[in-house]
Design a protein around this ligand. Structure first.
Ligand code: RIB
Ligand code: CA
Length: 312
């Protein structure tokens, strides 16, 4: 019986794809729908890639809803240099037979939260937070109905990955992030401080090759393409695997550690735009609005990820 009922808001992206596969492979989780946002690549591609993920997992029943094609107020910044022109380079996945559901992603989020019992739906965000901010702005009545937001984004001691101080998801739409992190919904954040401890080492990828399944082959290709940029950048064995930590936290929170902190997003200075200013040592009396995850048992994480994905 699923104990976690979620909406995945995403900008696939190879690591988003792995997170979506993990959610589909886990019986504890019911995916109520997938909403797409512009981020790693433009909206048309993130939406097509989400459809490809559903078909790869054998889940053509799950609705995919296209959302915001640009941030609230800043010009869209994309990351083809990391994810490739398609946003899902690596595996050779067929053009999807599925089509997006009618209706905007924001309307799906609002309608779902109004329909489902209050406090039962978790929003799992893997990209810029534009759709969530628009939903909260347009339908404030849904805010108290959200069980929790589990988001990949930000960084404190680890700095940034797109500017010296800003992580990509937050930088793309810092105004949306600041609004969402201060909406009053419980937030668990998976920042670079934890995702940089989840490295897709060659030994961890080889296990997917050895599965000999279409999903195993695709997962290996996704990971190998995705890690190449960060391996060169950071000079380590493998690259950080960001988005699946969001789903893993729902499945096994005990493998993570963090603390409630005040977190503010820089929205004015161009030098530090998108920085997640994190009061880890509680030196201010600002409200502790985010559960900031900083540590992980990375072996347990990759064991869980492999065990689940090998079921598909
Ligand atoms: O900075 C990493 C995040 O940006 C991940 O969600 C990745 O998919 C990109 O969206
Ligand atoms: Ca993402």
């Amino acid at each position: 019986m699923p104990t976690q009922r979620i909406i995945i808001d995403t900008d696939p992206g190879q690591d988003d794809a792995i997170a979506i596969l993990l959610a589909f492979a886990s019986p504890e989780i019911e995916v109520l729908g997938i909403t797409t946002v512009a981020g790693n690549v433009p909206l048309a591609l993130t939406t097509k890639n989400a459809l490809k993920c559903c078909e790869l997992a054998g889940r053509p029943d799950v609705g995919v809803y296209a959302g915001a094609e640009a941030p609230l107020s800043r010009p869209l910044v994309t990351a083809e240099y990391v994810h490739g022109a398609s946003g899902l380079d690596g595996p050779d996945l067929p053009e999807p037979a599925m089509t997006p559901r009618a209706g905007h992603a924001v309307d799906f989020i609002v309608d779902t939260l109004r329909r489902e019992p209050a406090g039962t739906v978790t929003l799992c965000t893997l990209g810029p937070l534009t759709n969530i901010a628009l939903a909260f702005e347009g339908a404030p009545d849904i805010v108290p109905r959200v069980k929790r937001i589990v988001a990949m984004g930000g960084g404190a001691f680890e700095g940034g990955n797109t500017t010296p101080v800003a992580e990509f998801n937050i930088l793309v739409d810092p105004h949306a992030a600041q609004a969402v992190f201060h909406a009053g919904v419980p937030v668990t954040l998976m920042p670079l401080d934890v995702t940089h401890k989840c490295l897709t080492k060659a030994s961890r990828i080889q296990k997917y090759h050895d599965l000999g399944t279409p999903v195993g082959k695709a997962t290996a290709a996704l990971l190998e393409f995705f890690e190449r940029f960060d391996e060169r950048k950071y000079g380590c064995d493998g690259g950080p695997l960001h988005d699946p930590t969001v789903i893993a936290w729902l499945l096994a929170p005990e493998m993570f550690a963090g603390r409630d902190v005040n977190l503010e997003v820089e929205t004015r200075s161009e030098l530090t735009m998108g920085q997640t200013v994190t009061d880890w040592w509680h030196v201010t009396d600002r409200p502790r609005n985010v559960h900031f995850v900083r540590d992980i048992d990375d072996d347990a994480f990759f064991d869980l990820l492999f065990e689940r994905i090998s079921r598909l």
